[in-house]
Design a protein around this ligand. Structure first.
Ligand code: UN1
Length: 495
């Protein structure tokens, strides 16, 4: 089946006349549909539609805008099973996790719907008598939303819900690997009642669709999640045009296990964080930094648990670990497994798993554990984005902190310890936007800020009420009701 773009409230074909296929990563013979391979002219049309919708949308009271977000969240909840099934088919994650992805979209829709009635500014005393001082948020304009395939519903919602509730219109370009998930979302957004032109979907490549959005002078704010190379290119263009830009890029998350940790708990958290979503979460754990005293014991238990994980298609209830998103992704993990074989010690997995019955048409890779990685090795430094976990052995907490922070990235981290003092030191010392104590690195909730330190981002946050910061301008307003000239910083300083 062929799916259109959604522009000015209508489903339509691209002017290019070209389409591309989306396939099931667990079985590439299963073609999900054909999608518009759009070009710059489609982007221009979508931006025009968004621009025309803006005046009425920004004039709509925010609580009213919020009501549409509530309806959208409720529709997602009503269609949760259908959406999750479609997501598993297109992206590969196991159904329980696909449901979680949809749920995260629902959560942010409801959170941001509530922002329609909050959207707090400050009302503060003036330094002068008979003068009022306050600040309000206002929308920026047309927002360009460029999203990855790994959370194909949650992340578009993280970006579009705060943009829309604060009165912006959006042009949404989803990842080329998951256009069907985007179409299903936008269908429900239209049904929820977002006015024509406030939500526009244009499918296609980063070059032909993404970059024209970023380059357009009529799109003053961009939110992007993806690779650092693309992020840098976007940042350079956005800098030339002085655009607002929120970036969520490469990660290298770690879990520290101290010698007093509950090892069963740690193993549960590590296996879930490293191999859940086949290691394809921004928050996934790719390094375990473990105290020497318990390293062998932890590794034995980890290997036993990992060896028992069942690979398979995500819609099979027996499956623990689904496929990678694409052949390229699987080849990338295989290249890192070669590095591991040369530079460290593979103690579990390490190969593509297509030779097993039922897996031959998908992008399956064995959950892999590599021991004796050093912090500055390639495996300790580079993002792999797949089911490959490195073990780094350290002597004590001091070495652990050093190893954990010795990376250019900083999204999520965790410590397993029974020592309350160490737990608090970790909360202070770990250089990441998210820190967990006695839990793995994945599973952030939507009402707290989400984002990375250092090279993972550019200082902005998604989720939480601070997500509004990306999509709003502040306006400070002073009302002088004294009836005469009052000079700030001067008249109130007279002796
Ligand atoms: C991502 O992988 O980009 O914290 C998002 C988590 C999820 C979100 C991950 N709530 O694992």
């Amino acid at each position: 089946m062929e799916h259109g773009n959604f522009i000015a409230g209508e489903w339509c074909a691209s002017g290019t006349g070209e389409t591309f296929e989306s396939v099931n990563p667990a079985d590439t013979r299963d073609v999900i549909g054909r999608f518009q391979a759009s070009g710059p002219a489609d982007v221009a049309e979508a931006i025009r539609a968004a621009d025309s919708a803006l005046p009425a949308w920004r004039a709509t009271p925010a609580p009213k805008r919020g009501e549409i977000l509530y309806r959208f969240g409720a529709l997602m909840a009503e269609h949760k099973e259908r959406l999750a099934g479609a997501m598993t088919r297109e992206m590969g994650k196991v159904v329980a996790e696909a449901r979680g992805d949809v749920q995260e979209g629902i959560d942010i829709a409801f959170l941001m719907a509530g922002e329609g009635r909050r959207m707090f500014g400050d009302t503060v005393p003036s330094e002068l008598p008979d003068k009022w001082a306050m600040s309000i948020r206002q929308p920026i304009g047309v927002a360009g939303i460029i999203t990855p395939w790994n959370f194909p519903m949650a992340i578009p919602c993280w970006k579009m819900m705060p943009a829309l509730v604060s009165g912006n219109a959006v042009v949404f370009k989803p990842a080329t690997d998951t256009p069907h998930c985007a179409v299903l979302l936008v269908e429900l957004m239209a049904e929820a009642g977002f006015p024509a032109g406030t939500v526009n979907l244009v499918t296609g490549s980063g070059e032909a669709v993404g970059m024209p959005i970023v380059e357009s002078p009529d799109v003053p704010v961009i939110s992007f999640t993806g690779s650092t190379d693309t992020g840098r290119r976007i940042a350079a263009v956005a800098a030339r045009r002085l655009k607002r830009l929120s970036l969520e890029l490469v990660v290298k998350n770690g879990i520290v296990v101290m010698d007093d940790a509950d090892l069963d708990l740690a193993v549960d958290g590590i296996v879930w964080s490293a191999f859940g979503t086949t290691g394809q979460r921004c928050t996934a754990c790719s390094r375990v930094i473990v105290a020497d005293a318990v390293a062998d014991e932890l590794l034995d238990r980890l290997v036993a648990r990992t060896a028992a994980l069942r690979l398979g298609p995500g819609n099979d209830p027996e499956t623990d670990v689904g496929p990678l998103i694409s052949r390229a992704a699987s080849e990338k993990v295989a290249r890192y497994a070669e590095v591991a074989a040369r530079e460290a010690e593979i103690v579990q997995g390490g190969a593509v798993a297509t030779d097993r019955a039922g897996l031959e048409h998908g992008h399956f890779f064995e959950p892999t554990i590599v021991d004796r990685v050093r912090p500055m090795d390639r495996l300790g430094q580079e993002e792999i984005f797949g089911p490959l976990l490195s073990i780094i052995r350290v002597a004590d907490y001091g070495e652990a902190v050093l190893a954990l922070n010795q990376t250019r990235y900083g999204l999520s981290s965790s410590i397993y310890t029974a020592d309350v003092n160490l737990a608090f030191q970790a909360m202070r010392d770990f250089e990441t936007g998210i820190v967990y104590v006695n839990a793995g690195t994945i599973g952030a909730e939507t009402h707290l800020p989400f984002g990375g330190w250092k090279g993972t981002g550019n200082g902005h946050r998604e989720a939480g009420h601070v997500a509004l910061d990306t999509f709003t301008e502040w306006k400070s307003i002073y009302i002088d009701y004294s009836g005469h000239l009052q000079r700030a910083q001067i008249d109130n300083q007279r002796a």
